[in-house]
Design a protein. Structure first.
Length: 686
């Protein structure tokens, strides 16, 4: 039985758990920023930014992060071994926005908040974590709400939990595991919407009611009014009256007042809409929607519509599921829901209303059941235990495998057509099953008597599985789907490098993977909103080795570049921070990509110069500048040019900053793709 060891949790772990979107490149994380904060005891309280007295280069880096220019440095005070600085306007920053593919040809804009806002969030969590939990327990409808502070954690791909336990005793790599701790809070009931459809609550309601409606809040995060957090916690009437009599500052130094300011400042002081991506934003929305839920139930009760008798309602983030029998009752429920949402400047998306009648089973549930059956039948190795009759009886296991991509793809398409489910709704589920199936096949193969027919069948099946995975992925590439695909490909790549596969056959498999990746890259070239998705595939290509490096012209074309002359590559300014750093990670110092690197250097300087006026507030430029400082593929002279743009001109200080950290946000070297994929998988708590 494995033992579990609890960790003394640091308050700074918030930057590891709740402040970044899940959909970021695999090379990017907050782990090394976390190290910097711990090492230098960087913090923010209600009044001051504080850090431990330190070296000149570290102080310069901290000033860079906090946007403290030369004219403000005289305001830094020393007290009890710490440096202190106060400026409320410091925290009004410009987040880094980037698009990911969402539905059809549309995209969703996600955001990374400025590192200084992340430091501010640490203090907010430390101060108000109990109140966050308290105000997340008001609703009976919510399926996913903070219910406790997560303390320990285990990694389990099938059953992710907000409170995850580190199985086995902590070893020398314990700190690395700790840095993959991706949930500050533990969450009640479920961590994924698909668990709801398999829950006792769902099956009980299915028996009790004849109908289920699925409703969606229209552009929930884009529409949230930050001041409404006070209405949700104190009551709208009370807040309005308080502001009318005492002014806008009457909520200062209160939980809703501080939460309001935290969300505004990280979004360039916007009060309409909050950043999409961080768990922090989901918590903010959850507290507001908890109050909406409470109000709905109360109003329906006054109309003699009883929860648990006339209807039952559930909400997962911004999706409502309402079970009912009577259509008139349902109409009243929807009217009250719309009215309660309107009080918080939110509304329902009428186009997304879905009604299911008994037997209540969704298209996705039908499709998943059939997909599971299909893959169990088609992706497997048949084994048989035999006895060899001789002077000494001998037992051995024989096997055969014959996965064929074309019939598999055809039957898969038929399932989706018959069930009415969309590709995007079941791809993750499908790839997760494929991952488990091929793991089992490769494990079984090791214990089976080897024959040429079995080997040939295995090779053909590997090719078929790769083709099938790329076929379903190419229909709707999304960031989380790319992570699932990458996990499958990593398993195939690792197995192909074992003695079980000959060198020639390994290269045939690698070529199959490489050709499919090239097809995807060609299909989505220059798309601003599929960059994060396909950046993962660029990292997969790097795993294949030097024989499969993508040619320069394909890279340039995919990233929207062009050739000014035979010797010069040029990139437009629409390449964002993620694309630039992953491309640098990929090309490294390879001679064949010299022109690409020169073009990226020109683009980096151009991007920073373009935002010269807002540089102290600009998240993308700061992330890019810090990552360039630690990038081993850029020379020191180039790094000093960046520092001069930030007003750091002393040569010794420049050299100290450049040499200070091996990594900031991008892990440039010693990159282990499999371990990073596992760490990324552990993040998916939503």
């Amino acid at each position: 039985m494995s033992s579990t060891k609890k960790i003394n949790l640091k308050k700074e772990r918030v930057v590891l758990s709740d402040l970044l979107p899940y959909e970021t490149p695999i090379t990017f994380s907050n782990r090394f920023f976390y190290d910097f904060l711990i090492a230098n005891e960087v913090s923010c309280d209600d009044r001051f930014m504080k850090w431990k007295e330190t070296t000149a280069e570290v102080e310069a880096i901290i000033c860079l992060i906090f946007g403290i220019d030369e004219t403000e440095k005289n305001k830094i005070k020393t007290k009890d071994g710490f440096q202190e600085y106060k400026n409320d306007k410091t925290f009004i920053t410009i987040p880094f926005h980037y698009g990911i593919s969402h539905k059809g040809n549309s995209f969703r804009m996600l955001s990374v908040m400025h590192p200084r806002n992340q430091i501010q969030a640490i203090d907010f969590y430390e101060k108000y974590k109990e109140l966050i939990i308290y105000f997340s327990q008001i609703s009976n409808f919510s399926l996913r709400a903070p219910s406790r502070i997560a303390s320990t954690r285990y990694f389990n791909d099938e059953r992710k939990s907000g409170s995850i336990i580190l199985a086995n005793t902590l070893d020398k790599d314990g700190d690395k595991k700790y840095k993959n701790l991706k949930s500050f809070f533990g969450y009640r009931k479920i961590s994924n919407i698909h668990q709801f459809f398999e829950s006792n609550d769902y099956h009980s309601c299915e028996q009790k009611y004849n109908n289920m409606a699925q409703l969606d809040i229209s552009k929930c995060f884009d529409s949230i009014y930050t001041h409404s957090i006070a209405w949700a916690t104190f009551g709208r009437g009370i807040v309005k009256n308080k502001i009318a009599t005492s002014g806008n500052n009457s909520l200062n130094a209160s939980f809703p007042g501080d939460f309001d300011k935290l969300m505004q400042r990280q979004n360039y002081n916007e009060t309409n809409g909050i950043l999409i991506g961080p768990e922090l934003s989901r918590i903010f929305a959850e507290i507001i929607l908890q109050r909406v839920d409470y109000n709905i139930r109360s109003k329906l009760s006054l109309l003699n519509i009883a929860h648990g008798l006339d209807y039952e309602a559930f909400r997962y983030v911004d999706d409502y599921f309402i079970f009912y029998n009577d259509e008139v009752t349902y109409k009243k429920i929807v009217d009250e829901l719309a009215s309660c949402l309107n009080e918080f400047k939110l509304g329902l998306n009428a186009e997304k209303e879905l009604i299911y009648h008994k037997p209540i089973i969704t298209e996705i549930t039908i499709a998943k059941s059939k997909i599971s059956q299909l893959l169990s039948e088609k992706i497997k190795m048949e084994t048989e235990e035999l006895r060899k009759v001789s002077d000494e009886e001998e037992k051995f296991i024989s096997g055969k495998i014959n996965v064929q991509s074309k019939p598999l793809i055809t039957q898969y398409k038929m399932i989706l057509s018959e069930s009415g489910a969309e590709y995007k709704s079941v791809i993750n589920y499908t790839l997760a099953i494929v991952e488990n199936k091929i793991k089992k096949i490769f494990k079984d193969y090791e214990g089976i008597q080897k024959t040429q027919n079995l080997y040939n069948g295995l090779l053909k099946s590997i090719h078929s599985v790769v083709d099938f995975c790329f076929f379903i992925y190419s229909v709707a590439p999304k960031a989380n789907t790319t992570i699932k695909l990458s996990r499958v490909l990593k398993i195939v790549i690792d197995f192909s490098r074992t003695p079980s596969i000959s060198a020639d056959d390994m290269h045939q498999i690698f070529k199959r993977i490489s050709d499919n990746i090239s097809f995807i890259i060609l299909k989505y070239e220059t798309s601003n909103h599929t960059q994060v998705e396909t950046l993962y595939l660029l990292t997969v290509t790097a795993e294949l080795g030097k024989d499969y490096w993508i040619d320069e012209s394909s890279l340039v074309k995919y990233f929207g570049g062009n050739y000014k002359s035979k010797k010069t590559v040029y990139f437009e300014n629409n390449l964002n921070y993620f694309s630039i750093t992953v491309l640098l990670f990929y090309i490294k110092n390879k001679k064949r990509y010299e022109r690409v690197k020169s073009a990226l250097e020109a683009l980096i300087l151009k991007k920073i110069k373009l935002h010269r006026e807002s540089l102290p507030k600009n998240t993308e430029c700061l992330l890019l500048a810090l990552d360039c400082m630690s990038c081993p593929y850029l020379d020191e002279a180039f790094k000093k040019k960046i520092l001069r743009l930030y007003g750091i001109r002393k040569n010794a200080l420049q050299e100290g900053i450049v040499a200070h950290k091996e990594y900031w946000f991008t892990k440039w070297t010693d990159f282990e793709f499999g371990k990073e994929l596992d760490a990324k998988q552990s993040e998916a708590v939503y």
